[in-house]
Ligand binder design. Structure first.
Ligand code: ATP
Length: 371
């Protein structure tokens, strides 16, 4: 049965624009009913990938399969995909009502049914007062909501969304995000959602494809992306404030192994065989998230052992319920996240522990995680 077959399969996909490589060697399988987010910085190739799946760009190399059928040469309208792109493509002279109704009219749905569904969507997306307004007179936010509503009303099997909520005010944005997730779960719609907003990707995606410079860095669940980043890029891109990185040297002493930096050292004897198998030189980047650094006393209470790192508080920034504390470690500044009640102040000296269960190691040369 088709459940086993990926809905969409990309193989070795590549796109070049006049010598500029926008997408390179992309392999990806998307299952029926999945919510996949393409996440990455501006220019990393997210939109180009989406446009190739939609049929709006022709790949320079590689293949696109839909339910096992190669669709490289199939025109967009025959691909059974709905898309909402950044430029909305509304019928500018038509009213919001007519824009929303369009997809249903061409399918010959009854007038009463069209009216019911258009009004239902309008209510949900706060478009009711605008139903008789021409699309060309709408705000950006309303255009975006009409574009999304119109596409959702046609209930395509695959929905391609390119930053569909970026002009929508906070509050309504969360409502629409939840609506998308609900549609995906209740109706089993497959969605590919392009965003550069990690929170959006982390809350929406069943899996996230992190892209960088046209290439896939990692494809995994939000949990894995956060807990098991496979590359330095993913580790640094996901998480706020971002992961701290310290360059270290790997050194063996008898049957023990250490990561050294100045007069600091972390014992990594239990990882020795994997490090020696995977690392090309002796340079290892130690990664630790701000939320996994603790003052020594607190760490010891939790039973955590490990290198006590002497630091000096350089800056304290209050957030809503937490504080970000900049700590000087020799010539480097790292960030620690502490509860809002913490009384740490600039200039204070203390010792911290990096939670040893949460330390990430990367080969400095290949920039890949050592796991
Ligand atoms: P953004 O979020 O800014 O849209 P993105 O990750 O979606 O970024 P793409 O729009 O896919 O990135 O662009 C990838 C690269 O390809 C960029 O360097 C971009 O300038 C280039 N590019 C995209 N479309 C074209 C085009 N039609 N002609 C020439 N270069 C293009």
């Amino acid at each position: 049965m088709s459940e086993e077959r990926p809905l969409i399969l990309l193989r070795g996909l590549r796109k070049e624009f006049n010598g500029l490589v926008a997408v390179e060697g992309l392999d990806l399988e998307i299952k029926e009913g999945e919510f996949i987010c393409f996440l990455g910085p501006s220019g990393c190739g997210k939109t180009t990938t989406l446009r190739m799946i939609a049929g709006l760009e022709t790949p320079t190399a590689g293949d696109i399969f839909l339910r096992g059928k190669r669709i490289n040469d199939l025109p967009p309208q025959q691909r059974q995909v709905g898309f909402v792109f950044q430029n909305y493509a509304l019928f500018w002279h038509a009213t919001v009502y007519d824009n929303l109704a369009f997809g249903l009219r061409v399918r010959e749905v009854s007038k009463e049914e069209i009216d019911r569904r258009v009004r239902e969507t309008a209510a949900r997306f706060e478009l009711e007062p605008l139903l008789e307004t021409r699309a060309s007179r709408l705000s950006l936010s309303a255009m975006q909501r009409v574009a999304l509503g119109r596409t959702l009303l046609t209930e395509p099997n695959v929905l391609l969304l390119d930053e569909p909520l970026n002009n929508i005010r906070p509050g309504l944005r969360e409502v629409m995000r939840a609506e998308l997730k609900r549609l995906q779960q209740q109706l089993g719609r497959t969605m590919i959602y392009v965003t550069h907003d990690q929170e959006e990707a982390m809350t929406l995606g069943d899996r996230i494809l992190v892209m960088n410079m046209g290439r896939a860095e990692q494809l995994a669940s939000p949990r894995q992306i956060y807990h098991r980043p496979e590359t330095l890029f993913v580790a640094g891109f996901i998480g706020r404030p971002p992961m701290n990185f310290l360059e270290t040297q790997y050194r063996v002493e008898g049957d023990r192994a250490f990561l050294e930096r100045g007069n600091l050292r972390w014992e990594v004897s239990e990882k020795r065989s994997i490090i020696e198998e995977k690392v090309k030189g002796n340079r290892i980047v130690l990664g630790i998230r701000p939320e996994h650094i603790l003052p020594v006393a607190e760490a010891r209470e939790k039973g955590l052992t490990g290198q006590a790192v002497p630091v000096t508080v350089d800056l304290v920034q209050p957030l809503a319920r937490k504080k970000i504390v900049d700590l000087k470690v020799g010539d480097k500044v790292i960030k620690m996240l502490v509860p809002g009640t913490s009384s740490l102040a600039k200039g204070e000296e203390l010792e911290v522990i990096f939670d040893p269960r949460k330390m990430h190691l990367f080969d400095q040369k290949t920039e890949r995680a050592i796991v």
